[in-house]
Design a protein around this ligand. Structure first.
Ligand code: PGA
Ligand code: ZN
Length: 472
């Protein structure tokens, strides 16, 4: 008996005085209770204690290195999160820490991986993983910068999501229910990006994304089928009209045809909707992400789009004419990320007809949203967890918008991974919209498939969001 007590005491002491071991690979992980475990009271259930935190470098859909984190609880729950990465990244986003140097063209994330396995691991071991806000605030405090540039937004968001997943797994709950509670059941309408331009494609289209939203469907399953059928029709149509080159795809799986004008892309979408047997404007509506920071000339204060130079009023006229010609119900980032005045102008003129969405404008940041709400800069927001770096801040942001009656849209990144996290987040938060690319390429399909799974599990109580109604 004495021997056993002595042995346990000796083991624990060793753990307290030893620095963390050289990180073990996740599949060989050992369970340790760390130095901080005694400092944080649990909610009375030891199963939720974080007993290990690991990380490795993996690849995203563009083949670029990214961070994956593994969180383990005492009760055997495992949460695995893999971080996506943008191309048309907003300048106010949380900073991704990359290694620089020659290897991986400077894009390696071994520093972020090691931050997780040392600094963050040490701070969080022993904490109850259900204390999401507390965990996120510890990481924010250690980081102490406005843009997570010390720990790295990529390290912090990986841990933040991994602990949420570990908590759900330990509780034996599907993630959307853990995040949204027992009544979470609204399936989001998908914004499916069928034609790619801008920074996501090698063609001449200035606007970045041309999307469809199947709002007339009765269920998510039907919406996905309708979206797929339009995608198939579009593929045939583009191939016939522009040749085989036109069906090459961009970063998000949408086609990147050799088109020059937005109206060409939008009419191709309308044609595809009709060929597939649906009514444009009723069964399926259109959406664009202009990602206007990409074609803004800051020095001149002008937008270079469709081969002409536009000031705010001309730009407004341009969007207005597109809305008049096509059944567009949503425009994302119609102006550059710091051009609040143009956002305001566009929202004041078009905000009753379309959702005007801020993506690069807000970068999922509540402080920037406050300004937007005050100015009525938009009437909707895009929500990208890795733009801000923690799950708590992501949820705060979405709900701050929702409280004012603004729509929020949970979104992927152009460089994404097989992690379907945002599907559960969308249902959990119940916002009613998800933006996760074309219905092609496994990293996009992973989210659609997860939504099918969730809808199947919810059965008849699941609701599909058919409403797209701008508030003005
Ligand atoms: P990004 O693009 O992931 O490259 O930033 C997506 C978007 O702008 O919505
Ligand atoms: Zn965008």
């Amino acid at each position: 008996m004495y021997l056993v007590v002595l042995y346990v005491f000796f083991q624990q002491t060793l753990i307290y005085i030893k620095p963390p071991n050289k990180p073990a690979l996740p599949w060989t992980h050992s369970i340790n209770i760390g130095v901080f475990s005694q400092m944080y009271p649990t909610l009375g259930d030891d199963r939720f204690r974080l007993v290990d935190l690991r990380s490795i470098q993996v690849l995203d859909s563009r083949g670029r290195p990214t961070v994956r984190a593994y969180a383990y609880t005492k009760g055997g729950g495992i949460g695995i999160a893999t971080v996506p990465s943008g191309a048309s990244t907003g300048k106010h986003e949380a900073v991704e820490i990359r290694d620089g140097g020659k290897e991986w063209k400077g894009l390696g994330v071994s520093r972020a991986v090691s931050t997780i396995e040392t600094t963050i691991r040490k701070a969080l071991l022993g904490v109850d993983v259900r204390k999401q806000a507390f965990i996120d605030s510890i990481m924010k405090t250690i980081d102490s910068t406005p843009n997570k540039s010390k720990l790295g937004g990529n390290a912090v968001i990986a841990v933040s999501i991994a602990v949420a997943k570990a908590a759900a797994a330990t509780a034996g709950l599907p993630l959307y229910k853990y995040l949204g509670g027992p009544t979470a059941r609204l399936l989001p309408a998908p914004l499916m990006n069928l034609i790619n331009g801008g920074a996501h494609a090698g063609n001449k289209l200035d606007l970045q994304e041309f999307m469809i939203i199947p709002v007339g469907a009765d269920s998510f399953k039907d919406a996905l089928r309708v979206g797929m059928e339009v995608y198939y029709s579009l593929k045939d149509y583009l191939k016939e009209k522009y040749g085989a080159d036109a069906i090459n795809v961009g970063d998000e799986g949408g086609f990147a045809p050799p088109m020059k004008h937005s109206s060409e892309a939008l009419s191709a979408l309308v044609k595809a909707i009709r060929i597939a047997g649906y009514e444009d404007g009723v069964d399926v509506v259109l959406a664009i992400d202009a990602a206007a920071s990409q074609f803004y000339d800051e020095a001149k204060g002008k937008y270079r789009v469709e081969n002409s130079e536009m000031d705010s009023n001309k730009l407004l006229g341009y969007y207005e004419s597109l809305i008049e010609q096509f059944p567009i119900k949503l425009i994302e980032d119609p102006a550059a990320e710091d051009d609040w005045d143009t956002f305001r102008l566009i929202t004041s003129k078009l905000g009753c007809r379309v959702l005007v969405v801020g993506d690069d404008l807000y970068t999922t940041n509540v402080e920037r949203l406050k300004k937007g709400l005050e100015l009525k800069a938009t009437n909707a927001v895009l929500v990208k967890p890795n733009q801000i770096g923690t799950l708590t801040e992501t949820i705060d942001f979405a709900y701050a918008a929702a409280r004012k009656g603004w729509e929020f849209i949970i979104s992927h990144r152009s460089g994404d991974t097989e992690d379907p996290f945002i599907a559960d987040l969308a249902v959990g938060l119940g916002g009613g919209f998800i933006k996760t690319g074309a219905p092609a390429r496994s990293e996009r399909i992973a989210k659609y498939n997860r939504l099918l799974e969730i809808e199947g599990e919810l059965g008849p109580v699941g609701l599909y969001n058919r409403t797209i109604k701008p508030r003005c």
